[in-house]
Design a binder for this molecule. Structure first.
Ligand SMILES: Nc1ncnc2c1ncn2[C@@H]1O[C@H](COP(=O)(O)OP(=O)(O)OP(=O)(O)O)[C@@H](O)[C@H]1O
Length: 217
């Protein structure tokens, strides 16, 4: 036997095969075939209403696919596998308004686990919220709320970030912060699917682009 015999290539972190979603028998997107490997970011690009948010919600397990299937590391995407692999940053950020920034992050880590070596105060400082540890989330501006959600991404262990318009409500340094955080996440073996109209995603967060076309007029 050849000493150079190699094992089968590792399965993609996430693979969509013929994935589609209909609402009231109207197709919203698909069928789509794509995959995301560890270390890469796929930019999901498309006009308003083309189904970007719906696609991320299907991948996050919040909506059932109408067609096709999702594989995580080669295995069908069960709720448990999705929960262990994906974290969604959606339009609704999910903060508890009556909890402080630190309490919100403690709550998230209690629910989803905490990445080894990560630290809540350090995550807040990274996203520009040092000094806001004890502020109530309901008192945050839209951009500060988005930054708090970015701190949550840094803390939870899920390797695949599903980011729906992560640049929305952020100032220029905030936009650069998103790109930097995605780049760091990829460098440590994570992956990301990022919806955006595209203007803000730098090369580091656009390893590949998935174009969604509006299937309805
Ligand atoms: N809860 C809902 N009930 C009915 N239709 C919906 C619902 N959510 C989205 N849709 C429809 O599904 C289609 C895709 O919406 P989606 O939000 O996924 O698009 P998008 O590409 O993210 O849009 P945008 O760029 O405007 O954020 C749209 O036609 C929208 O009207």
């Amino acid at each position: 036997m050849s000493p150079l015999a190699t094992s089968a290539p590792a399965a993609a972190l996430l693979r969509a095969e013929g994935l589609g979603f209909d609402r009231n028998d109207e197709p919203i997107f698909g069928p789509l075939d794509f995959h995301v490997e560890a270390g890469e970011a796929v930019l999901i690009h498309g006009s308003n209403g083309s189904g970007k948010t719906t696609l991320l919600r299907v991948l996050a397990g919040l909506l059932p696919a109408t067609r096709g299937r999702i594989l995580i590391e080669g295995e069908p995407a069960t709720v448990e596998r999705i929960a262990g692999t994906c974290t969604l940053l959606g339009h609704l950020l999910g903060h508890k308004g009556e909890l402080t920034a630190v309490e919100n992050l403690e709550f998230a880590c209690g629910l989803f686990g905490q990445r080894p070596g990560s630290d809540i105060d350090a995550a807040l400082a990274t996203v520009g919220l040092a000094g806001f540890e004890d502020a109530l989330a309901r008192q945050f501006s839209a951009g500060q709320r988005k930054r708090l959600a970015l701190a949550r991404l840094l803390l939870v262990p899920a390797p695949l970030w599903l980011l729906d318009e992560p640049y929305a409500n952020l100032d220029l340094p905030g936009i650069e912060l998103v790109n930097r955080l995605i780049g760091l996440h990829l460098a440590r073996g994570g992956a990301a699917l990022v919806t955006s109209h595209g203007a803000y995603a730098t090369g580091a967060v656009r390893t590949r682009t998935l174009e969604l076309e509006a299937v309805r007029a």
